[in-house]
Design a binder for this molecule. Structure first.
Ligand code: 2BA
Length: 109
């Protein structure tokens, strides 16, 4: 068995969940936030037999798309705020960041 962990943008999470449910693939959706942007995103935990990994990756790929996001950098430590002008910079946030890991044991009680 494999566990697919997918970090996706909130905007794509409903579409992804709908497609997983339609394909009869069980998933758990967690509210998460990215360490860099500190913005909300969604993490899916999807436990599946190894043969279904490619199907799940395809569904994720079809449901999530990359977008540009504007970030305003924080002022460098020690800088006087009145002397610091920060400009928003554009960051490309991926459609999905996916980890596929082995599951040693699976149990439901
Ligand atoms: P964030 O950490 O908020 O990152 C959002 C986007 O900011 C990233 O998109 C990337 O384009 C950029 N970014 C992140 N760290 C950066 C840095 N040190 N310098 C410059 N730009 C940086 P993605 O790479 O598509 O990642 C989207 C979200 O996926 C991340 O949100 C994070 O929540 C998760 N993620 C990405 N890589 C991960 C990893 N190796 N482990 C755990 N979570 C990860």
């Amino acid at each position: 068995m494999k566990l697919v962990i997918a970090v996706v943008q909130d905007k794509d999470s409903t579409k992804l969940l709908d497609r997983l449910v339609k394909a009869k693939i069980r998933a758990t959706k967690l509210a998460s936030s990215g360490g860099f942007l500190r913005a909300g995103n969604t993490t899916f935990l999807i436990g599946i037999p190894e043969e279904q990994v490619d199907e799940v990756l395809e569904i994720i790929g079809q449901s999530c798309r990359a977008r540009e996001q504007l970030v305003t950098p924080m002022s460098p430590v020690g800088t006087q705020m009145e002397n610091y002008i920060s400009y928003p910079v554009s960051v490309q946030v991926g459609g999905a960041t996916v980890f596929v890991v082995d599951v040693d044991k699976f149990a439901q009680f």
